[in-house]
Design a protein around this ligand. Structure first.
Ligand SMILES: C[S@@+](CC[C@H](N)C(=O)[O-])C[C@H]1O[C@@H](n2cnc3c(N)ncnc32)[C@H](O)[C@@H]1O
Length: 193
């Protein structure tokens, strides 16, 4: 099956089975960010059945990059393994079955240029804190669904305010938006003091 056909099939499958896959506009945005950022190594938290993972891999393939994605649902993991294989992305994608809260500390520090957080919303602060050491300086986070689930993510929003962490919310489509946080190479706040 051609990859576009597979994505259409997965879009419909996700709709019928209520899988919260990213929207097409969001998929386009993520692929654009991979291109603009010259992303080579990407970490995804929340694979589900691999719909977003395949989109991410399409852009990473052009950058000769690789992807690591984590999910703790065994049925989702099995579906993702099969879908990634069908998309012929299994040579660049490593799927981890497990809880991100215990799997993230096992990954190598500063090994990712981009981290896409799309797991359980109320755990966003934990995902951010545990994956922060894994992100290279100058790399960036994209956090999904930060508008409609802002209440579930209240601890994360409070943390951003307390720590004065610069963050930008982009309204991607009618459904929701994403947050962009860059891990600065240079601390400009300190320079201007
Ligand atoms: C919104 S769905 C991901 C959708 C996927 N990114 C897409 O667009 O196709 C969230 C996924 O995160 C997984 N998840 C939630 N909390 C997790 C955790 N602590 N560790 C691993 N996976 C988690 C769920 O099992 C679910 O499959």
């Amino acid at each position: 099956m051609h990859i576009q056909e597979l994505l259409l099939h997965l879009r419909e499958y996700g709709r019928i089975n209520s899988i919260p896959n990213i929207s097409d506009k969001n998929a386009q945005f993520l692929r654009d960010m991979i291109h603009i950022g010259g992303v080579k190594n990407l970490l995804e938290i929340g694979t589900a059945n691999g719909f977003s993972t395949i989109h991410l891999c399409m852009a990473l393939r052009e950058n000769k990059g690789t992807l690591t994605s984590i999910d703790y649902s065994l049925p989702s993991y099995h579906e993702a393994v099969e879908n990634i294989k069908q998309a012929r992305m299994d040579d660049i994608a490593t799927l981890i079955f497990g809880n991100a809260l215990t799997e993230l500390p096992k990954l190598r520090e500063k090994s990712f240029d981009m981290i896409f957080i799309d797991g359980q919303k109320k755990r966003t602060l934990d995902f951010y804190a545990l994956s922060y050491p894994l992100l290279k300086d100058g790399g960036f986070f994209i956090i999904d669904d930060v508008i409609k689930f802002s209440e579930k993510m209240s601890s994360f929003y409070e943390f951003l305010e307390q720590e004065k962490i610069a963050h930008t919310i982009l309204k991607i489509d009618a459904d929701d938006g994403v947050m962009l946080i860059v891990k600065e190479k240079i601390n400009y706040t300190k320079l201007t003091k």
